[in-house]
Write a protein that binds this ligand. Structure first.
Ligand SMILES: CC(C)(COP(=O)(O)OP(=O)(O)OC[C@H]1O[C@@H](n2cnc3c(N)ncnc32)[C@H](O)[C@@H]1OP(=O)(O)O)[C@@H](O)C(=O)NCCC(=O)NCCS
Length: 147
């Protein structure tokens, strides 16, 4: 049900969930086209209904030299609360661990999604901040070997 997909294939779900009413170009994220970026999609039949992207990116808040950033985690409204978010998160963790068991995974979490990530051992750090035109976010992370 989960497959590696291209950056372009993430855009319809990103747009509907994360950038509703905004132009498709706002659904392109920096790092999308890098070789070591991983895009995952969950399919229901022919359609992608949930996506997540993992980009090799360091955040100066952390000393670990091996860092990935989770971006664009999005599940279509009609498919929420069916563990698709969980599946994408755990599959991403598995792939990253296989790449390198010392990876720290971090991301800017929407405040409304913090409780979701906490269920899987992620911790918040620092103050909440506004991403313009989007909403309040806070940095979350998980260190190896918990990842
Ligand atoms: C946040 C999101 C990715 C969760 O995906 P989902 O497929 O609906 O979640 P799951 O079904 O995998 O939920 C797993 C667990 O987390 C809980 N959970 C889901 N969303 C939650 C939330 N926003 N806050 C707190 N807990 C949440 C579920 O109740 C479930 O708990 P349980 O195991 O005790 O039953 C999804 O709601 C979404 O796309 N939201 C809008 C966009 C967004 O906020 N993306 C994250 C950007 S950082």
């Amino acid at each position: 049900m989960i497959r590696k997909i291209t950056a372009e294939e993430t855009y319809p779900v990103r747009q509907e969930v994360l950038r509703p009413g905004r132009p498709l170009k706002e659904c392109f994220f920096e790092g999308d086209l890098e070789e070591d970026t991983i895009h995952l999609g969950y399919f229901d039949g022919e359609n992608f209904v949930a996506v997540a992207t993992y980009v090799a990116r360091k955040n100066a808040l952390f000393e670990n030299p091996n860092q990935y950033q989770l971006r664009g985690m999005a599940v279509l409204d009609a498919y929420r609360q069916k563990k698709l978010g969980q599946k994408l998160l755990l599959e991403g963790e598995k792939l990253l661990k296989k790449k390198n068991p010392n990876i720290l995974l971090w991301f800017n979490a929407r405040e409304t999604a913090v409780g979701f990530y906490e269920k899987y051992g992620y911790k918040t750090t620092g103050p909440a901040f506004m991403i313009p035109n989007v909403c309040m976010h806070i940095v979350m992370y998980k260190n190896p070997p918990e990842l």
